[in-house]
Ligand binder design. Structure first.
Ligand SMILES: Nc1ncnc2c1ncn2[C@@H]1O[C@H](COP(=O)(O)OP(=O)(O)OP(=O)(O)O)[C@@H](O)[C@H]1O
Ligand SMILES: O=P(O)(O)OC[C@H]1O[C@H](OP(=O)(O)OP(=O)(O)O)[C@H](O)[C@@H]1O
Ligand SMILES: [Mg+2]
Length: 306
């Protein structure tokens, strides 16, 4: 008789690199977009937290963002995407290797207090008072600094854990201040709070175990992600310029290494093709126009490799 405890609906992940991504929340959509961009193909069945990648020896594991750093640190998971805030809070920074900062999930971990309370203007004003947070370790470390205490467990400030809706704590009379993530500031302002200290600037990171089981495959993923981030950051700019102005044009658009210059059929003119940071492209086009460049084209880059 078959063993009744073997769950045959669980996929076989043996010999696959386990890659953890947040199962929901703020990072979920961006992570799925990134996986798609780097060519990872998978089919996640409803309610299933493991999905086999069809075109690479990888299994995706969908986990709460807050747990991913600890799993990677312990080696249960080989590679993962989570927030820097979570790595620091779970005190795993020495046990995971940070491969790439991903440029999304950007926010700040801030100490916040009721805006109407004139006596709470800086984090020092909350020393000895009640703080509610989901980030108890980072909060205790910050208040240990403020109190001049070596051991964060010996601070006099009372730090209490809640798992969500932290911003409600002051209004409910449960706390004098909170420590929580702030991006636009809308949540904080809607709760009548304002920031009085920043503990950490955070964003999403690709992390691996310090002793990865599949170093080659982890490196392939890292290179692909780097390619996508470069492609998102740069555009390809093409223009024609008189050869006599080429030197000045190259100063405006030096490129990542150097511009590609090809001769045009028209005597005394060249065509330039060069990568330009997206956020600078408007200024660069203005400067090139002023220099006499013509037919300036800007093209999106789908993918890149150094
Ligand atoms: N407002 C935000 N803007 C940008 N990044 C954020 C924001 N809130 C959280 N993050 C980042 O996303 C990570 C996961 O937070 P998220 O809120 O998605 O998890 P969660 O609270 O477990 O999920 P949920 O809010 O769906 O219950 C955080 O640790 C942080 O790095
Ligand atoms: O500055 P803002 O743009 O308003 O973003 C900040 C809010 O985002 C996160 O909460 P989330 O929406 O994930 O809800 P949660 O508190 O249930 O985790 C965070 O905990 C803040 O409450
Ligand atoms: Mg949240």
């Amino acid at each position: 008789m078959a063993n009744a405890y073997i769950n045959t609906s669980l996929p076989d992940t043996a010999d696959r690199m386990l890659f953890a991504v947040p199962k929901k929340g703020r990072l979920y959509d961006q992570c799925l977009g990134l996986l798609n961009s780097i060519g990872i193909e998978f089919n996640r069945k409803p309610r299933h937290d493991i999905a086999l990648v069809s075109n690479m020896p990888i299994a995706l594991v969908f986990l709460p963002a807050a747990d991913i750093a600890a799993y990677v640190a312990k080696g249960n998971i080989d590679l993962g995407i989570t927030g820097l805030d979570i790595i620091r809070e779970s005190q795993t920074e020495n046990d995971v290797a940070e491969l790439i900062r991903l440029g999304f999930g950007k926010c700040k971990l801030q100490v916040q207090a009721p805006a109407a309370n004139q006596t709470l203007k800086s984090a020092e004003d909350l020393v000895g008072k009640r703080i509610v947070t989901s980030f108890i370790n980072l909060t205790k470390q910050r208040f240990a600094q403020l109190e001049g205490v070596d051991d964060p467990e010996k601070i006099k400030t009372q730090v209490r854990f809640v798992s969500g809706s932290v911003e409600a704590a002051c209004g409910l009379g449960l706390a004098d201040g909170i420590v929580d993530l702030v991006e636009s500031g809308d949540t904080m302002r809607a709760a009548g709070l304002h920031a009085i200290d920043t503990i950490l600037d955070t964003e999403s990171v690709l992390i691996t175990n310090q002793h990865p089981r599949f170093p080659k495959l982890a490196q392939v993923i890292q290179q692909r992600v780097e390619g996508i981030l470069t492609a998102r950051k740069f555009v390809l700019c093409q223009y024609n310029i008189a050869r006599s102005s080429l030197e000045s044009a190259c100063l405006i658009t030096p490129g990542r290494k150097a511009p590609t210059v090809t001769s045009l059929e028209q005597e005394g003119w060249v065509a330039v093709s060069v990568m330009v940071e997206k956020k600078l492209i408007g200024d660069k086009m203005d400067a090139l126009t002023e220099l006499g460049a013509t037919d300036i084209l800007v093209l999106d880059i789908a993918n890149a490799r150094a």
